[in-house]
Design a protein around this ligand. Structure first.
Ligand code: CDP
Ligand code: CDP
Length: 207
C-alpha cells in the first residue's frame, strides 16, 4: 500500500500513476471523488457554503474520470470548499479505505492518504513544489486541455486552495511524520518518477 499526498499540481497524480504501473498496483485518484461531489453541486446550482447541500451532492457518485468539467477551475474551487465538511469526508471515507485495504495492495493519491485513509501504508510520499512552479504547470495543463487561463489567477487560486486545505480542522493537508518529502520544483516528470520509485523502494526495503 503506497500513499501519495501533496498540494495542487505538485505532480502527485503523475507520480502515483507511475508508481502503480511500476509496482503493478491499482490506483485511485481520491481528488476525483471530491471533484465529482463538486461537479454534482455545480450542475444543480447548489450552494457550496451550505454543508447539507454539499452532503446531498455525495449521493450519486458515478462519474467519468475523463470528463473535462471535473478538472475545471470552478469545480476545483468548489471541491476544495466541500472537502472541509466532516459529513462530506465521512461519506467518501469507506470507498477509499476499502480500495486501500484490498488484497495485493494499491496506490492512492490525495491530501490525507498517509494521515487518515491509510496511516499504516507501507510507503508514503509527500510531494511538493513551489506555488509558482505549480501555477505554471496548471496553466500549461489547462491550455493543453483547451482551457486557457491567466497565470496570476491560477497562482492566487493555488495559494487560496493551499491555505484552505492546510488550515481546515478535519484531515488537513500535512506531511505524515513517516512520509518522505519529494520536492519536484526543479525536476521534470521523468526525474520526479525516478526519485519517487527510489524513495518508495527504500521504504519498502526498510519495512
Ligand atoms: O489535482 P489537484 O491537486 O489540483 O486537486 P485534487 O487532488 O483533484 O483535489 C481537489 C480538491 O479535493 C483539493 O483541493 C482538496 O481540497 C480535496 N481533496 C481532499 O480534501 N482530500 C483528498 N484526499 C483529495 C482531495
Ligand atoms: O496530481 P497533481 O495535481 O498534484 O499534479 P499532476 O496532475 O500530476 O501534475 C500537474 C501537471 O504538472 C501535469 O500536467 C504534469 O504533467 C506536470 N508535471 C510537470 O510538469 N513536472 C513534474 N515534475 C510533475 C508534473
Amino acid at each position: 500500500m503506497i500513499a501519495v499526498d501533496g498540494p495542487a499540481a505538485s505532480g502527485k497524480g503523475t507520480i502515483a500513476r507511475a508508481l502503480a504501473k511500476h509496482f503493478d498496483l491499482p490506483h485511485m485518484d481520491t481528488g476525483l471523488l471530491y471533484r465529482a461531489v463538486a461537479l454534482n453541486l455545480w450542475r444543480w446550482g447548489g450552494d457550496p457554503t451550505i454543508e447539507f447541500e454539499a452532503l446531498r451532492a455525495c449521493g450519486d457518485l458515478r462519474f467519468d474520470p475523463d470528463d473535462e468539467e471535473l478538472r475545471s477551475e470552478p469545480v476545483s474551487r468548489i471541491a476544495s470548499k466541500v472537502s472541509s465538511y466532516a459529513s462530506v469526508r465521512a461519506a467518501l471515507l469507506q470507498r477509499q479505505r476499502e480500495f486501500a485495504a484490498q488484497d495485493g495492495g494499491a496506490v492512492l493519491d490525495g491530501r490525507d492518504i498517509g494521515t487518515v485513509i491509510a496511516p499504516d501504508a507501507d510507503a508514503k510520499l509527500f510531494v511538493t513544489a513551489s506555488p509558482e512552479v505549480r501555477a505554471q504547470r496548471r496553466v500549461r495543463e489547462l491550455l493543453e486541455r483547451g482551457m486557457p487561463s491567466h497565470y496570476e489567477d491560477v497562482l492566487l487560486d493555488i495559494r487560496a486552495r493551499d491555505e484552505r486545505d492546510s488550515s481546515r480542522e478535519i484531515a488537513p493537508l500535512r506531511q505524515a511524520e513517516d512520509a518522505e518529502l519529494l520536492d519536484t520544483s526543479g525536476l521534470d516528470i521523468e526525474q520526479s518518477i525516478a526519485e519517487a520509485i527510489r524513495l518508495v523502494e527504500r521504504q519498502l526495503a526498510e519495512a
